[in-house]
Design a protein around this ligand. Structure first.
Ligand code: OXD
Ligand code: MN
Length: 581
């Protein structure tokens, strides 16, 4: 990179890492298209990337079968005391973890190039944005970071001489000996993988994995784990939430931030196409929301990311047409299947499955054992700007004012379609007890109930009990300007297993009710769990759904709720007196 780096702290850190990791070369990324194209063609030549004939400027990668997802059991929150990390995080003391990892980092980039990626989480001019510097030995990571964050010279300029940055060190952990032939997806074995966070120093060290959140350190590591700890210290919020704008027929805008555990259709909701007349929905972000109180006392949100790292299987013109249109060009696909025509394919895509394809492991498909063609966690990395319904204000430096928080999960029974919290604190209780049934995309038996408070269980960079307190404190600061809080369940079934609610675009009917509640236009029924729509409260025009199904969707079964209490008590008991304050 031609631009002179004036930040001594940054230069020293890069030098230190170079001495420890001993790469063959150091390369400073400028974030240009030329840089992206050169790295892609290098990876194409080495066999790591496959250029797709059918999608402009798009590439397919296949990871090592051992390196396909975030590794929660190798993820550490390394605070001084274990109590600061809390019962939901893996913990090792900082000195011990650093000693272990330094011995792994020693010489780990031999035979490779060390890339220095200056990146901004959030629009560069935003007062809510933060600068990170990722050092990595993976060109795949560099290209993904180009899409997912804002990379390059402009970040170095913003950093200046004295600016603060979050150091993010990443290595795939696969040094090359003299003359050693590289493999197409180098990485370290599982027991050598470490995804470590040192919140007291705002420091991230990742080793051994080249995949997703383990390696694209701006996302889960910085924007959630480190940022949540910073947010607690500094009085703002870093949440695992999509952000969307809903505009009523009268032109009034409502901004919604919503948290759901994985496999609950978060990206689909972020790009929702309303089925109710006159309502418009635009996407600000699909995964993470950083929120600060603005000069008018309201809570303003930005999407710290610049791209979508979406789960591919199940994405189709039926489930998410806007995502399908987003991924027509300039996309990185990982672990999808390759068709004979030179396009990608995955389970759940529109139309008939191809007769023949190459599966995510590079084998002819269908295989004898009838395995899936695309890995269940196969991904697309696509620029947010390509989304046809991206909100025109998605990069507004000051963010958008949040009116509504939504929590939810996947529950076949008990939890109604929607209910509203009586107060902000009650809403915090709803977020803290959020639960979801596991699907094939989660670990554990299908249908198990898991509590995933605020969908932050894998992403909270400190004691979850203290995190609950932080939410209560934010409510106190926001007072009557606090967003109203709702809980939804799109996944209710009849006892014989039939879906009660069509979901997808029809979810706009539920969002409309929330907006009407804010405007004091909709009545609600008081129940022991919260405020529910009246029988005729939801706009059902044009939707063919039986009155008895609506009744079932809005039913509060007191006995079934009573039966939830022991599990809720057990859930809270794990935090109990363990909080660090
Ligand atoms: C994600 C996740 O990849 O939450 O966004 O796991
Ligand atoms: Mn996520």
């Amino acid at each position: 990179m031609e631009i002179a780096v004036k930040n001594e702290k940054l230069k020293n850190w890069v030098k230190e890492v170079e001495q420890m990791c001993t790469p063959d070369k150091v390369y400073w990324c400028d974030g240009s298209k030329k840089e992206y194209n050169e790295l892609m063609s290098q990876m194409e030549k080495s066999g790591m990337a496959i250029k797709l004939k059918k999608r402009r400027n798009s590439f397919l990668f296949r990871s090592d079968p051992s390196d396909v997802a975030r590794v929660e059991n190798r993820t550490y929150i390394s605070t001084r005391s274990q109590i600061e990390a809390g019962p939901t995080n893996n913990w090792v003391a900082p000195d011990e973890l650093k000693t272990t990892m330094k011995s792994l980092y020693k010489g780990c980039m031999k035979g490779r190039t060390m890339y220095v990626i200056p990146f901004s989480m959030g629009p560069i001019q935003s007062p809510i944005a933060k600068i990170g510097i990722e050092i990595t030995d993976s060109p795949y990571v560099v290209c993904n970071m180009h899409i997912m964050t804002r990379v390059g010279k402009k970040v170095i300029r913003k950093l200046g001489k004295k600016g603060e940055f979050i150091p993010c060190l990443h290595s795939i952990g696969a040094p090359l000996a003299e003359g050693q032939q590289d493999v197409s997806w180098p990485c370290a074995p599982i027991e050598k993988k470490y995804i470590s966070h040192f919140p007291a120093e705002n420091l991230i060290w990742s080793y051994g994995s080249g995949y997703g959140g383990n390696a694209l350190l701006g996302k889960k590591c910085l924007a959630l784990r480190i940022a949540s700890a910073m947010a607690k210290r500094e009085g703002w919020m870093a949440e695992h939430m999509l952000i969307l704008r809903l505009t009523s027929p009268a032109g009034k805008q409502f901004h919604i931030a919503a948290a759901f555990p994985s496999a609950c259709g978060k990206t689909n909701l972020a790009m929702l196409q309303p089925t109710i007349e006159g309502w418009k929905c635009e996407c600000v972000g699909d995964d993470i929301s950083w929120m600060k109180i603005g000069p008018d006392g309201r809570l303003y949100a930005i999407n710290p990311e610049a791209g979508f790292f979406g789960v591919a299987p199940g994405t189709s013109y039926d489930s998410n047409p806007m995502a399908m249109d987003t991924i027509k060009k300039n996309v990185i696909f990982t672990n999808c299947a390759l068709t004979d025509k030179g396009d990608i394919w995955w389970e759940g895509m529109d139309g008939k499955p191809p007769k023949h394809a190459i599966d995510w492991k590079g084998r002819d498909w269908p295989t004898e054992n009838k395995e899936v063609a695309a890995h269940a966690n196969a991904r697309f990395t696509a620029p947010a700007s390509q989304c046809p319904v991206i909100c025109p204000d998605w990069e507004k430096p000051e963010g958008v004012p949040i009116d509504i928080f939504v929590f939810g999960g996947r529950r076949a029974g008990v939890v109604p379609l929607v209910n509203e919290a009586y107060s902000f604190d009650h809403g915090v209780f709803l977020g803290a007890t959020a639960s979801s049934e596991t699907t094939a995309a989660n670990i554990g038996a299908v249908g198990n109930l898991r509590r995933d408070p605020f969908a932050m269980q894998p992403f909270c960079g400190y004691n979850m009990g203290d995190y609950f307190q932080h939410w209560l404190d934010m409510g106190d600061k926001l007072q009557d300007k606090a967003p109203r809080i709702f809980y939804v369940n799109w996944f209710r079934k009849t006892p014989d297993g039939r879906w009660l609610w069509p979901g997808f675009g029809e979810n706009s009917r539920v969002l409309k009710w929330m907006c009407e509640r804010i405007e004091d236009k909709a009545q609600a029924v008081k129940t022991p769990i919260g405020l529910l729509p009246t029988d005729d409260g939801l706009d059902m025009k044009g939707l063919n759904i039986e009155a008895q199904d609506i009744k079932a969707l809005l039913n509060v079964d007191i006995e079934a709720w009573r039966a939830e209490i022991p599990d809720i008590e057990k859930h809270f008991a794990q935090f109990g007196d363990l909080c660090s304050h």
